[in-house]
Design a protein around this ligand. Structure first.
Ligand code: HEC
Length: 107
């Protein structure tokens, strides 16, 4: 099951990653849902662009360590080590928060 999830993420990646060479490896699996710009991939999903770095680290560790229950992010974060969490937090916290998204309803 775990391998299947990773395989699906890897297969989907090349489509999303086109022209996005700047996305670091630790973030490769995130962009399917959060997009390379950290924008909501679906209505109601959170915007990561411009989030505080420390908040991203805290949330990802919370999901990985099962302190924050969530069916989707639990599965994703279960595979992350501290270095990958730091790299993902660096990446999304540096994005300007103002980028528009058709799915962003300003929750
Ligand atoms: C399969 C889709 C999917 C993938 C892949 C995914 N996420 Fe998420 N993520 C979500 C959803 C859906 C939520 C909202 C869950 C909730 O209700 O808290 C979320 C929430 C978050 C939040 C909390 C945002 C907030 O404002 O509370 C952070 C931070 C986050 N994701 C980071 C990441 C990172 C970093 C990765 C890659 C390592 C990643 N996500 C991969 C779907 C995904």
């Amino acid at each position: 099951m775990r391998r299947a999830v990773v395989a699906v993420l890897c297969l989907a990646l090349p489509v999303w990653a086109q022209g996005r060479d700047e996305v670091p490896a630790a973030v490769a699996g995130c962009v399917e849902c959060h997009q390379a710009q950290g924008l909501p991939g679906m209505p109601g999903w959170p915007r990561l662009a411009g989030m505080e770095r420390s908040a991203i680290v805290e949330i990802l560790r919370g999901h990985r360590d099962r302190l924050i229950p969530d069916s989707t992010m639990d599965k994703v974060a279960a595979y992350l080590d501290d270095a990958q969490i730091d790299a993902a937090a660096d990446y999304f916290s540096r994005i300007e928060p103002g980028d528009p998204s058709p799915f962003d309803f300003g929750d």
